[in-house]
Design a protein around this ligand. Structure first.
Ligand SMILES: NC(=O)c1ccc[n+]([C@@H]2O[C@H](COP(=O)([O-])OP(=O)(O)OC[C@H]3O[C@@H](n4cnc5c(N)ncnc54)[C@H](OP(=O)(O)O)[C@@H]3O)[C@@H](O)[C@H]2O)c1
Length: 278
């Protein structure tokens, strides 16, 4: 296997870099919106597998910068699918729980119909469609609420703010599952070389939480005396709509890979330990 990882400076790409051998690139070296550059790179390095961690991930900004979000999350993914078809490359792509509208109250399976309610969600769903309709060897892994010791994310933001403020207001009417990017990276390292895994898969940590529960767990584990106050989303207007419920059913990936999935609080513990120990 000669694996190319795109978007390698992001949270997930950085975690993968600690686990697998491959060629790790980010936009400065390989801009996936540039199809000629991509094609040349893949030929030069005789790439056999791609894990696409590159994405436009700013959910609120995507409402203002729709073109840019679709350029990276849809058009660039089309480029990846084209290059994969031309060079017989297996493509592993990451998508999101935000492809769903969140109106269910039982976990979303891979058979549930996406219906994105934000520009980010729509751009990611179009990216999925570009792959699904392309007749290549692929696996798409949808994940949710990603955090890591790398990059900027909810865990690091709450950990910082909780040290500065006596209380924080966090919404409790959006429910999903946090995912430690390190856990996801381990799963991707198994998926990439296993061509029997084809199609769409859901992966997050195990369990269910609101953003309030998630924030409360962060301050509790860190032992910070900051009060987390539950508020509703309407008290916290944001540019993008978010699914109120986006828990995903992981039975398919658990069965096909024969894995068990870590509980979200246990993984959060691990990440906070790593952050604490530098
Ligand atoms: N973060 C979440 O909560 C979450 C939840 C569900 C699913 N996901 C999905 O999980 C995947 C990984 O997310 P993440 O949190 O690791 O993202 P991230 O930290 O934002 O990393 C994405 C990386 O891609 C790079 N990039 C952007 N445009 C590019 C281009 N044209 N060519 C090459 N690289 C480019 C970014 O560079 P710049 O920083 O310079 O733009 C960044 O280094 C994404 O597909 C995302 O949609 C994320």
């Amino acid at each position: 296997m000669n694996i190319l990882v795109t978007g390698a400076h992001g949270q997930l790409g950085s975690e993968l870099n600690t686990m697998i051998d491959g060629i790790f690139t980010d936009v400065d070296e390989l801009d996936i919106t540039n199809s000629e550059m991509l094609s040349g790179f893949v030929e030069r390095h005789t790439i056999t597998h791609i894990i696409n961690c590159a994405a436009y991930t700013q959910v609120d900004n995507a409402e203002r910068e729709k073109e840019q979000a679709f350029f990276i999350n849809r058009d660039a993914v089309k480029n990846l699918a084209n290059v994969a078809r031309m060079h017989n490359i297996r493509l592993v792509h990451i998508s999101t729980d935000f492809v769903f509208n969140g109106s269910k109250n039982t976990p979303y399976t891979e058979d549930d119909m996406p219906d994105p309610i934000s520009a980010y969600g729509a751009s990611k769903y179009e990216g999925e469609r570009a792959i699904v309709t392309s007749d290549i060897d692929y696996a798409i892994v949808r994940t949710s609420w990603l955090y890591s010791t790398y990059g900027n994310n909810f865990v690091k933001t709450i950990a910082r703010l909780a040290k500065e403020k006596k209380s924080l207001r966090v919404v409790y009417d959006q429910v999903g599952t946090p995912t430690y990017a390190s856990d996801l990276a381990q799963v991707l390292s198994k998926i990439v070389g296993d061509s029997s895994l084809k199609g769409v898969y859901h992966y997050s940590n195990e369990g269910v939480a609101s953003w309030y529960d998630f924030a409360k767990a962060i301050v509790d584990i860190m032992g910070i005396a900051c009060t987390i106050e539950p508020v509703v989303s309407s008290d916290y207007p944001a540019l993008a709509k978010r699914p109120p419920y986006s828990v995903m059913d992981k039975s398919k990936i658990k069965k096909q890979l024969g894995i068990s999935v870590p509980y979200w609080r246990d993984s959060l513990h691990q990440c906070l330990n790593r952050l604490h120990n530098g």
